[in-house]
Each structure stands twice: as structure tokens, then as C-alpha cells.
Design a protein around this ligand. Structure first.
Ligand code: URA
Length: 206
């Protein structure tokens, strides 16, 4: 299931960030703000449990999140979403996943994985801003599931129809949240209209 976060603030930030002349510092700030603005939609159905709470006047009850949150940026571009999610989920733990394409098989393979130990009881939010072919998100989820993750969701900035189809074929029960579904992929795997290489624009490596 794909949820498009259509909030006007998200859409206006995304438009500014897509522009080729949006400089690096502005790109990073816009990406961070979009990430924060997406958190309410991405977390809207998180389970809670009832807890008691003593106000200065009397005992009452409220809720806390039932599961620990594990933010999982897929390197590199996923790092651009991390601080914006942290702003609203400061207690979250972080799992890092680095994937690189094996030039023989053309499949994404991990070069770095570091996760907190209690994945099974956690709500794992995979941060993969550009869902292009979908290969990285599919592989990241596969590795996380191998490591015990059960409750997962994916947060993207821009998704291509091809990436959504690939991801949904592999993981039909895992929801995707995205700010936009773009038109298509080009023959080099870039999303159209897209925004170019998110990692390069974030880290000034173009
Ligand atoms: N990764 C990016 O950063 N941009 C694309 O368009 C596709 C994949």
C-alpha cells in the first residue's frame, strides 16, 4: 500500500528541492523539513499502550508508544531524512544499511549493516528517499527481516512506479510513504522528473 503525503508544505518544499539551482545547504534543509513533516503520516497508526501519569494536581492516564522506533537510513541518501525524523522521534535508535551494486550480478549487496539488537520488538522505519528501481529497498528490508525485524514501513521522498511495483511484489504487506510518485525511470535508473542524484546533491559529490 502506497501513501502519498500530499500536505501543501511537503509539496512546496519538494518543488523547491527538485530545482537544479537549489544549493546544497538549502537542499539539506528542505529535505530535513520534509522528513519532519512526513513523520505524522508515517507514524499515524503506531500502536500505543496506556500508562499512568501524575500531573501536579492528580493521577491520570495517557499513552506511550508500544514499540521502540528504529530509523534505518539506506546509505547514502537515507541520511538526509534522518535528522528530520529524529526531530520528532528523538528516542529512536538507528540502524545503518549500506548497499552497493555488485557489478557482475547487478544486484545490491550490503557493505555495512549495523542494527540495534531488539529488532523484533521494534517498529522499523526504512528511510530510502529515492525509490527508483526498488532494488535497494527490497534488499534492505530482506536483510532487516533476516535480522529479526517484523514491523516495518518505508519512507521515501520520490518514488517511481517501477520501484513501487518491484517493492510491492516483494513485500506486499509493508506500507510505503512517499511525498510524490513520479512519471518513470530513465534508462540509467534515474527518476523522471525526479531531482537527480539525491546523495550527490546532499553531500556535494556531483
Ligand atoms: N537515486 C537517486 O538519487 N536519484 C534517482 O533519480 C534515482 C536513484
Amino acid at each position: 500500500m502506497v501513501h502519498v503525503v500530499n500536505h501543501p508544505l511537503v509539496q512546496a518544499e519538494l518543488t523547491g528541492l527538485r530545482c537544479r539551482n537549489c544549493p546544497g545547504p538549502e537542499f539539506r534543509q528542505r529535505l530535513r523539513r520534509i522528513a519532519s513533516l512526513m513523520v505524522p503520516a508515517v507514524t499515524a497508526d503506531l500502536p500505543t499502550r496506556v500508562v499512568s501519569c501524575e500531573t501536579p494536581l492528580e493521577l491520570t492516564s495517557g499513552v506511550e508508544l508500544a514499540r521502540r522506533i528504529v530509523l534505518t537510513p539506506v546509505l547514502r541518501a537515507g541520511l538526509g531524512f534522518l535528522d528530520g525524523f529524529f526531530d520528532l522521534l528523538p528516542e529512536a535508535a538507528v540502524a545503518h544499511i549500506g548497499l552497493a551494486r555488485n557489478e557482475e550480478t547487478l544486484l545490491p549487496e550490503p557493505y555495512y549493516i549495523k542494527t540495534p539488537p531488539i529488532l523484533a520488538e521494534s517498529e522499523v522505519i526504512v528511510l530510502d528517499p529515492m525509490l527508483a528501481t526498488g532494488g535497494s529497498a527490497v534488499e534492505a528490508v530482506r536483510r532487516l527481516v533476516e535480522l529479526g525485524a517484523i514491523h516495518l514501513r518505508v519512507a521515501c521522498l520520490v518514488a517511481a512506479p517501477e520501484g513501487i511495483a518491484t517493492f510491492e511484489a516483494a513485500w506486499p504487506e509493508i506500507p510505503i510513504f512517499t511525498a510524490a510518485i513520479d512519471r518513470a525511470l530513465n534508462d540509467r535508473g534515474y527518476i523522471l522528473p525526479g531531482l537527480g542524484d539525491a546523495g550527490d546533491r546532499l553531500f556535494g559529490t556531483a
